[in-house]
Design a protein around this ligand. Sequence first.
Ligand code: PCA
Length: 324
Amino acid sequence: MLKTIAAFGFGTTLMFSSAAALAQQKWDMPTGYPTSNFHTANIQLFAKDVEKATGGKLMLTIHDGGSLFKANEIKRAVQGGQAQIGEIIISGYSNENPVFGVDSIPFLATSYGESEKLWKATKSATEAHLAKQGLKVLYAVPWPPQGIFSAKPINSAADLKGAKWRAYNPNTSRIAQLVGAQPVTVQAAELTQALATGTVNTFMTSGATGYDSKVWEQVKYYYDVSAWLPKNLVIVSKKAFDGLDKPTQDALLKAAAEAEARGLKISQEKNTWYLEQLAKNGMKIEKGSPQLQADLKKVGEQMIADWVKQAGPDGQAMLDAYRK
Ligand code: PCA
């Protein structure tokens, strides 16, 4: 009898612990960009891979386009545990730490190759700062190169004076200041409306966001100056990650590594296609006059110098590693 009770007790413990191990986890995953965006498409594949690899034990519910949290609120939401995982543009947070903004300094890293190199030089510092905030980086994907969209033709930085300039991070606001434009921060999800209401008429972003936001209805010129390639990071709350069993953690990391490689490839491949769509919709695509290029390079030099001052010797060491 005693033996039976003992056996029963043992059995129930086993039953409960395996039930706990098998329990399904559903995570909310806020993102800031629309369903049509290539980062979002990549995230959808990532979520499918995670579900498949964990046999449905970990499910990600994607809330794209800023529908659960606005793009600029997602980092804090994951830090605070209101969402377990999310997508952020790291340069949106350069006020917290200069290293977060290094990928958005004009003309520091202007191609996919340079952007990867810059990420290698700054990745561990970025990850360490985020770890202090309870966040773990799962993967990073660059946006296509950033150019200038404008309602009127631009031949030099002087033509940008007084423009109603849409900014999406502190660095794009700073560029506006340096060229004498008026910066207004507008998240990608609100760009179409901000253009329609005339709140903004000039901005720097990729062909991807130009296409997603159908900017050709208001904006006719695109100067493909390739000034920088900002990165989106998919981050997870360390607490949520640590709460997963080892096989689930491994599955998540593997899916993340695959999403990083795939995201880079899509970004590169679609860049030309996006610019073609802008042209098809009546936009004029140009490289930008030598004067405009030279003026913007000067803005970039100023911003690199400012960045080194803010980031100190550690920052200088990262730049040296990047330039080596
Ligand atoms: N699109 C995003 C960030 C960079 C980009 O290419 C945006 O404009 O908000």
